[in-house]
Structures are given as C-alpha cells and as structure tokens.
Design a protein around this ligand. Sequence first.
Ligand SMILES: *Cc1c(COP(=O)(O)O)cnc(C)c1O
Length: 223
Amino acid sequence: MIEENVKNLLAEIPATNPQGEKVTLVAAIKMQTPEDINRAICAGISAIGDNHVQEFKDKYDLIRGNPERHFIGHLQTNKVKYLIGKVDLYHSVDRYNLAEEISKRSAAAGIVSAVLVQINIGNEETKGGFELDEAEEACKNISAMPGIEIKGLMAMLPFIDDHAELRRLATLMRDKYDGLKAIFPQFEHLSMGMSGDWKLCIECGSNMVRIGTAIFGPRNYNH
Ligand SMILES: *Cc1c(COP(=O)(O)O)cnc(C)c1O
C-alpha cells in the first residue's frame, strides 16, 4: 500500500515544474510509525518532514536509508535546541524570534541552518507566517542573521474548493518567489503543495511538495 502509493506518486509528479526546476517530494511523516516511514523510504522517498519535535526525536535513530530530514510544522522556540544540526531544511520559519533562535543556536554549534520563510498566503488567522507584503523585509532581516541561510519560501494554501482562487494564490507565491530570487540568488525551494493540491501547486511553479495522506493514508488521531 505505502510502497504502491510512493511509486504511483513518484510516477505522477512531473520531474520538473513549468519553470524547468526539479520537483522534490517530501513525505510528511507526522503520526507515522518508523516501520511505515522506512517502507516509504525503501520505495523511493528521499526526504522526510516532521511536525512534532518529540516525534522527530523519538524516531530519529529508527529511520533507515539516510533521507534528508526536514522540519515542516510550527516550531516552538524553546524546542529548537533539540533540532540543531539534525535538520537539513526548516520549512516553517514564520516569525522573527524563531529565526533568531535557530540562528543563535546554529552559530553556537558552528553551523549554518537552511530555512524557508513561511508566508501566510491566504491571510488566515489559524495559520502562521509573514504576510506576502512583508516577505521581502522578512527575508532581508532574517538573511542578516549569522546562523541562517534562506533557501526560499513555504506556504500552505487555504482548504477551499475554489480552484481559480487557489491558482491565484499559488501564482502570487511564485511571483513573489521569483522577485525575491533576484535579490537572494541562493533561493532554491518554493515549498507549496500537499495531498489535495500538489498538482495545482506544481503547475503554478512549486518545486517542493509535502505529502502525507496520499502516501500513508488518512492519519489516525486516536493513538
Ligand atoms: C501534514 C502536513 C502536510 C501533508 O498533508 P497531507 O494533506 O496529509 O498531504 C504538509 N505540510 C505540512 C506543514 C503538514 O503539517
């Protein structure tokens, strides 16, 4: 099941987006067992993304195959210390004090951590991130921090059925990404797209999708 889902997804996801950039699939592994995660890795997943620091710590040594480790969820500042040096890409830098903490801890460890700046593209109260209009200033301020390198932007589209509106928002994200890439040439990733909207997001210029349900099935929130 998991193996088949991964193989189907890897076949379905285009190798490149319309801009000609390679598209990376990150498996969203929240609430999944190490066994299931390892199955997905065996089937071809090369990057995994966790949401919870405790789960990240518990599973860290049980993951096989040396995938890239991403952190994709909301991150409490006081938990950053558990992740430093273990995360290849932080997707969800959604506020300055989180960026400062990652930078400070990274610099103290003698490393530079790669991050994406999260944009609240739908201006949703329930979601974190900078507003689209704040993105340039946020990237300037955060890129001045010594322990951080910004590699791009991340966004979650609203859970709505209006495809025209979703396309409009995803395209706004891509336009912002292009504008900022002219200022920050190290930009590589536009992380946008989940199980329900990854196709649309890639068509609009995403080059990194974070997919959970379409790999592992519906999450069981009871255990
Ligand atoms: C859970 C999660 C995903 C994956 O969601 P699915 O709909 O299960 O594919 C992607 N991004 C983030 C930040 C998540 O928390």
